[in-house]
Design a binder for this molecule. Structure first.
Ligand code: CU
Ligand code: CU
Length: 400
């Protein structure tokens, strides 16, 4: 089993950027974690321009309202403080992009001052999808590279595929904790009142690391990578609830030409803390038609979230805010894929591959024991995993 996992991890890495399986998260988490099976995790959306016209606007309008942050212009000092709010900007330096599908990581020591903990309560991105295929923000104990500001972080594949002036490394070398994800021009995002991602010395999470998957070398070099950043908005005021992310990702799936298929992911939740989902994010590349996630308890299905993954890949609020996930519940996700191409498409990290990811952001009460919440992953989304093999009932699928 361990051997199999090791092989999988290797494969994943490889797949990641080049032949890949999961992309962004994958790459990152994967590379970051010892257990990193990030198989098919997100971030990656293929080329975003496909379906977009006329769709995004609505989504952006409805979600962007949630935001009350001002853009600090990505000032290079990268942190500013007002009204007890500490803004931490993680900004790409001016770097040359050697090729399409390059993954960059850049780090920022979290400016905690005299505080032992800061609580991140929201994010404001500054990037466009014509340049950045995805951005992921991690909090970590040890960044993937300690001696340089910026490095290539597309997993093992990087060393063989990206030749450029920077070193190659993982996203994080210790305690990689995903705190935010962005793709397809998603707007700013604010956590609910009273909820924050704890970072700082009390949590061991000393750094923020921004991973940027550059889609277009030409556009990135023309626009300047220094124009890509994210600002994490934080406060030293202790928040009563702390946030975590649970990712479900498919693995090694393939879809034949002109077929529509369900890619299912199923895991039993074995954690001790109760998870209260408050937001979700879907991710697929061009072939994704809809993505959904459920809690299944005693064969009863409760929807966590459902979205067209061609819309901006923001975190969207869940509708059922009362839903709680406890030990013994099942988490079941599905991506409906339609392969309109004349070629087989497989799971992978390139934007021409495909991915199926369902991200759930949840809160749990802050206690002395739960200082921060490591990213949880469900990778049981192999080609042979189907909902019908786990459950005798099936949900009434959301109207789409
Ligand atoms: Cu992807
Ligand atoms: Cu990407």
């Amino acid at each position: 089993m361990v051997g199999l996992k090791a092989i999988c991890i290797l494969l994943i890495f490889c797949c990641h950027n080049c032949y890949g399986m999961f992309e962004e998260l994958q790459a990152s988490l994967l590379s970051a974690l010892a257990y990193s099976d990030n198989f098919g995790r997100d971030g990656i959306s293929a080329s975003d321009d496909f379906f977009k016209a006329g769709i995004e606007d609505t989504a952006i309008k409805s979600e962007a309202k949630a935001t009350e942050f001002e853009d600090n212009g990505g000032r290079s000092t990268s942190s500013s403080q007002s009204n007890g709010r500490i803004d931490i900007t993680v900004k790409m330096p001016h770097v040359t992009v050697p090729k399409d599908d390059t993954y960059f990581c850049t780090k920022k020591l979290i400016p905690v001052g005299n505080y032992s903990t800061l609580y991140i309560t929201g994010y404001t991105p500054h990037a466009t999808q014509s340049v950045a295929h995805h951005m992921l923000l991690y909090a970590c104990e040890i960044p993937g590279e300690e001696n340089v500001q910026t490095w290539y972080c597309d997993g093992m594949a990087a060393s063989s595929t990206t030749s450029g002036s920077l070193p190659h490394g993982s996203t994080c070398n210790s305690a990689a904790t995903l705190v935010w994800a962005w793709a397809k021009d998603a707007p700013a995002f604010k956590l609910p009142n009273g909820v924050g991602f704890p970072v700082g010395p009390s949590t061991k999470l000393k750094y923020l690391v921004l991973q940027v998957h550059v889609k277009s070398m030409v556009k990135a070099n023309a626009g300047g990578m220094e124009n890509v950043w994210v600002t994490a908005h934080s406060t030293p005021v202790p928040q009563p609830k702390i946030a975590g992310i649970y990712v479900s990702a498919s693995s090694y799936e393939t879809i034949k030409p002109n077929k529509t298929r369900n890619w299912d992911i199923v895991c039993k939740y074995k954690g001790n803390i109760e998870m209260h989902p408050f937001a979700f994010r879907t991710h697929a590349h061009k072939l994704g038609v809809e993505v959904m996630g459920y809690r299944v308890r005693d064969e009863k299905w409760s929807l966590i979230g459902h979205k067209n993954p061609q819309l901006p890949e923001a975190f969207y609020n869940v509708k059922n805010k009362k839903l709680v996930i406890k030990r013994g519940d099942w988490l079941a996700s599905r991506c409906v894929m339609h392969n309109f191409r004349n070629r087989v498409t497989k799971t992978g990290g390139k934007h021409t591959d495909e991915m199926c990811n369902f991200y759930m952001m949840y809160w749990t009460p802050r206690t002395k024991i739960t200082q921060s919440l490591p990213t949880k992953e469900c990778n049981n989304g192999y080609p042979w995993v189907h909902w019908r093999n786990y459950f005798t009932t099936l949900p009434k699928l959301p109207k789409y």
